[in-house]
Design a protein. Structure first.
Length: 259
């Protein structure tokens, strides 16, 4: 089984994040960019399935040149190769434009299954698997907590708020995974050294036959109209206990309609 895993370099959610000079896009020029956390679970699941079925695991990412650093780190976990689409015209693309670029990149590969994280920590829109399924005309099995190869198809336990659903698909499919599916491995020293020698194919929009006016802010189907800093968090209300603290606490909770 040849598996493709979509990976994305994102600003570290544990560090300070800010908007770029245009005020409408995330600043990605800092030194605190990492692999999107949920994508690590997708990589681990791809490696697990490869151990069961054989084949190859290939990473695909769209991002600036600096994203190559995260690609190499992802390769150190065990995937065999990667495709990196880097083109200045892609900057500012919305989810739909990014999906068009990813679909074109996936069209250059032979694959049986595409895996991705259920969401990215910078966007969190959870629409990429569905968009790619539509563009590639393949099945979408999203929000997986378990993936099982079943003959010529896949069985997926799809996580829901009330439990899980079991869905099946035959033929090519894209599966997004939650962090309940496995525990990603830590790269070994051997894996880190091997990652430096693994092939990474660099592609531009011209290589993919995608026009620059289809991507970027000019080609975006959505637009950010305004953005404002998060309001400063105000001080909480302190209840002094001089024998009637319990009563005061209940009064406060009642006023805020908590009780």
């Amino acid at each position: 089984m040849n598996i493709v895993v979509l990976v994305k370099q994102v600003p570290d959610s544990g560090a300070e994040r800010s908007l770029a000079g245009d005020g409408h896009t995330v600043d990605r020029t800092g030194g605190t960019n990492v692999i999107n956390e949920m994508d690590e679970y997708a990589i681990e699941e791809a490696l697990r399935l490869k151990d069961e079925t054989g084949g190859q695991v290939t990473l695909v990412t769209v991002g600036p040149d600096q994203a190559l650093e995260s690609v190499r780190k992802a390769l150190s976990m065990g995937p065999d190769a990667a495709v990196h689409v880097s083109d200045e015209a892609v900057a500012g693309s919305d989810a739909l434009a990014t999906a068009k670029v990813l679909a074109a990149a996936l069209g250059t590969l032979e694959y049986d299954l595409i895996l991705s994280g259920a969401e990215s920590t910078d966007g969190g829109v959870q629409v990429m698997p569905h968009m790619l399924a539509e563009l590639l005309d393949i099945a979408a099995l999203t929000g997986a907590r378990k993936v099982t190869v079943d003959g010529d198809g896949l069985l997926v336990e799809r996580q829901t708020e009330d439990g899980y659903e079991v869905v099946r698909a035959s033929g090519k499919a894209i599966v997004s995974v939650w962090d309940t599916i496995n525990t990603p491995r830590y790269p070994s020293l051997k894996g880190i050294m091997a990652a430096k020698r693994k092939p990474v194919t660099a592609l531009t929009l011209a290589d993919l036959g995608v026009s620059a006016d289809e991507v970027g802010t000019a080609g975006a189907a959505t637009k950010v109209l305004s953005a404002e800093p998060r309001p400063v968090r105000g001080a909480g209300q302190r209840v002094e206990d001089s024998g009637d603290g319990g009563d005061k606490l209940v009064e406060y909770l009642a006023a805020e309609k908590f009780v």
